[in-house]
Design a protein around this ligand. Sequence first.
Ligand code: HEC
Ligand code: HEC
Length: 472
Amino acid sequence: MLRRLARRSTRTEGEARVRSRSGARRHAGRFVAAAGLSLLLTACDGSTSASAGADAATGASGSASRAHDANGNARAVQGVKPIKIAASAQGGQTRAEVYAQVRRMTALGKQMFFDPSLSGSGKMACASCHSPDHAFTPTNSLDVQIGGADMRRQGMRAVPTLKYLQAVPAFAEHYHDSDDDGDESVDAGPTGGLTWDGRVDRSSDQARIPLLSTFEMASSPSKVAEAVRAAPYAGAFREAFGARVLADDDATFSAVLKSLETFEQSPEVFYPYTSKYDAYLAGKATLSAAELRGLQLFNDEKKGNCASCHISQRAKNGSPPQFSDFGLIAVGVPRNRALAVNRDRKFFDLGACGPERTDLDHRAQFCGLFRTPTLRNVALKKSFFHNGIYHSLEDVLRFYARRDTNPEEFYPVVKGRVQKFDDLPQRYWVNLNTDPPFDRKPGDEPVFSNAEIKDVIAFLETLTDGWQPGGH
Ligand code: HEC
Ligand code: HEC
């Protein structure tokens, strides 16, 4: 809550009031009335003709595209009538037809997710960076991944998980959460959007980024269309999007993006809520003494205060915690000198104010801000923070515990002076968060002892999906 109060200063009263009145719109961006609504909508406006399939990528399903209830479960929301929409689809589709279309698109999206032929090099699939065995993060422990047409270009950011993205609200500069002490006029500050800087709102728009990026898949709409025409699933693609779709590169490309998005919305794969902690919240598992101590340290507002950003409790509506409030926050991660982009001393990845994101550049209050990642499945990751500088949870936890008490352990020391926050020009330091655990100074006791760090890690390990009773 402290964090929110601190951020509140960024709003003006007038803005806050306007935003809180448009509450219904805010909900539409986050919640959905029935499981798979977005899929139903997707299938509806993307009926079976080629052009409709292409339109689906820009169609009305947008506002609801990642808008599931946290459980993918039924949840009535004002102004959204999913089943009726499905039943009265303009194309006259029955619900069975709608579901069949969703199934076709999911199956196609899945095949394409693993298909390297969509890339310029022919060697890189989405799954190369987003491996299902690691919660859709890389199997290797490189800081950032290597890609491009020659498979030699280095990216500049660590790969985030693709799980639980359904809960990320669309980007808003001023976000108002009904869970915020019941006061919807509280401004939680910039929140939401996909990628580390929140620059796109829909998975289909997101998929465009790696497909076209020169340092990732380095492809083009026409190359992607060519690959689909030659793929074993070309027939299934025609069945889903119409006989003529493959004759049109742009329509094919849009349908590819849409299929990837539909696959990424499969609840059983992407948001199963099967961690030990979920079982614990449901009263079906007990946490060990170390895990419980870790949970307490994580929640304690004077110690880790982790839960103020990485929410650990059920929402008021009962939906499970996402372990992120999706706020864009500056925590002063050290510069990663191993990255090629950082050889240029004048280059800074400033997150929301650029350079990857371009709509907020020249807006100083956004510099240094990155979207708070979920901590679900974080123990399966091999590189951490937006620049992949750390490779173990222990290092991340040490950073949180000792950044301000022992800054020399994290930042370069030049002529006896610590170059604190060396990846953020000083004029943006006002953006840095100063709530616990970032409220200490040299000489103070670190936030956590080494033993406490171990406990917090034990707790974080309970957030990994696929827990079985009798497991640990
Ligand atoms: C070369 C590695 C690489 C490949 C290949 C790749 N991605 Fe990513 N992905 C990333 C990185 C890095 C980010 C973070 C980008 C940023 O913040 O600018 C990301 C972000 C994302 C996100 C947003 C996650 C979030 O937390 O908001 C989605 C969704 C996504 N990728 C889907 C895909 C899909 C679909 C494909 C295939 C079409 C794909 N990715 C291919 C590296 C990759
Ligand atoms: C003020 C909000 C805030 C607080 C408090 C906070 N975090 Fe974070 N956390 C973030 C943000 C933002 C990032 C991403 C920062 C970046 O990469 O620049 C992050 C990243 C992480 C990561 C890396 C995840 C990944 O996928 O790379 C871990 C692990 C983590 N936090 C754990 C914790 C723990 C444990 C605590 C408590 C000691 C904590 N956080 C407190 C906002 C917060």
